[in-house]
Write a protein that binds this ligand. Structure first.
Ligand SMILES: [Zn+2]
Ligand SMILES: [Zn+2]
Length: 338
């Protein structure tokens, strides 16, 4: 039998695990958030860790994707977009299952003292993170080897100037504000990943008025090829002026069967002339077929939680072309960035 030196075996095995592509997984956490990014260098970044409790359902789903799809047993970075249960709830249990090297946040929770539940969530995060916390501001970058990972929102602050200079933004004409949001949603950490012409934008649960602030009067982000629909597609986000400004090519919504996926957000996305496809982690069961994409673009069709937890994945090639895959069917579609 041919014997290869160990170092050569490692070199041969590596491309199987860490190819040239950047991968983004939307792990099903039933209307919470868990967006996992794997860079071409094999670095792992998880934004949000799903809900607490439920026999550790969500951290176990995250570990399963990490181990089975990526061949990893640790996380380089955990980013908490904000301190709500469906985002930070799973991280204490996750940190007991796998090493997490850095914890990234917008600063201390602004909901401390609001109620016992908010206090308990905050305390569990502080304990899990220990001295590995790292606070970020818009304009900061995650120190990855070769991947451009830019923070664009944190604690209701945004980039100082637009990424691409443009004239007056026509989408602002009909922008209507809503009552002020003083809670954690509006503090969400947001980031942009760029690969060649390709951009991916994730703004956590950023709320309506702040979405407008990122677009009006100056369109800070410009065109976005792949957009994680803000706030699970709930009607308290999804401001049309924001969606019209980023002109998404492809959108992915991390909704649950009965969480997010609002007809209003669906309609705002459908009204966007640029949008080719909306992918959803769940069918929005209360919205009806007229406010859901066709089944091949939906990872989980069931009426209730506790489903098979199929994921959606985007694979981004070094030239920015990308493929989105629904793990339930193995159905994929290719896209060319603008
Ligand atoms: Zn949420
Ligand atoms: Zn929230």
């Amino acid at each position: 039998m041919l014997r290869l030196p160990a170092v050569l075996l490692v070199l041969l095995a590596c491309p199987l695990l860490f190819g040239e592509a950047l991968e983004i997984y939307w792990i099903d956490v039933e209307g919470g958030a868990a967006t996992l990014i794997v860079t071409p260098d094999g670095e792992t970044v998880l934004m949000d860790a799903g809900w607490p409790g439920l026999d550790d359902r969500d951290p176990l789903r995250i570990v399963r994707v990490l181990e089975q799809e990526i061949g990893k047993t640790e996380l380089d970075y955990f980013i908490v977009s904000h301190f709500h249960r469906d985002h930070v709830g799973g991280v204490a249990a996750l940190a007991s299952m796998i090493p997490i090297h850095r914890f990234v946040d917008h600063g201390d929770s602004v909901e401390v003292g609001w109620n016992e539940r908010a206090d308990a969530l905050w305390a569990s995060y502080v304990e899990a993170a220990g001295d590995r916390r790292m606070q970020v501001r818009p304009g900061d970058r995650l120190p990855l080897k070769n991947t451009d990972f830019l923070f664009v929102a944190a604690r209701s602050r945004f980039l100082d100037s637009p990424l691409v200079e443009q004239g007056p933004n026509p989408a602002c004409r009909d922008a209507v504000s809503r009552p002020e949001d003083k809670g954690e949603n509006g503090k969400s950490v947001g980031f942009l990943i760029r690969v060649g012409q390709f951009e991916f934008l994730d703004l956590g649960d950023l709320s309506w008025n702040y979405e407008i602030e990122t677009a009006c009067p100056a369109n800070l982000f410009g065109e976005i090829d792949l957009y994680q629909v803000t706030h699970h597609g709930m009607h308290t986000s999804g401001a049309p002026a924001h969606i019209e400004s980023i002109r998404p090519l492809v959108a992915v919504m991390n909704n649950g069967p009965r969480k997010g996926g609002s007809p209003a957000t669906y309609q705002a996305l459908a009204n966007s002339a640029s949008l080719q496809d909306l992918w959803q982690v769940h069918r929005a069961v209360q919205s009806g077929p007229e406010h859901n994409p066709s089944a091949e673009f939906i990872a989980n069709l069931g009426e209730t939680e506790g489903c098979d937890a199929h994921w959606i994945r985007a694979t981004v090639e070094p030239d920015g072309r990308f493929t989105v895959t629904n793990s339930r069917l193995g159905f994929s579609k290719d896209y060319t960035p603008r």
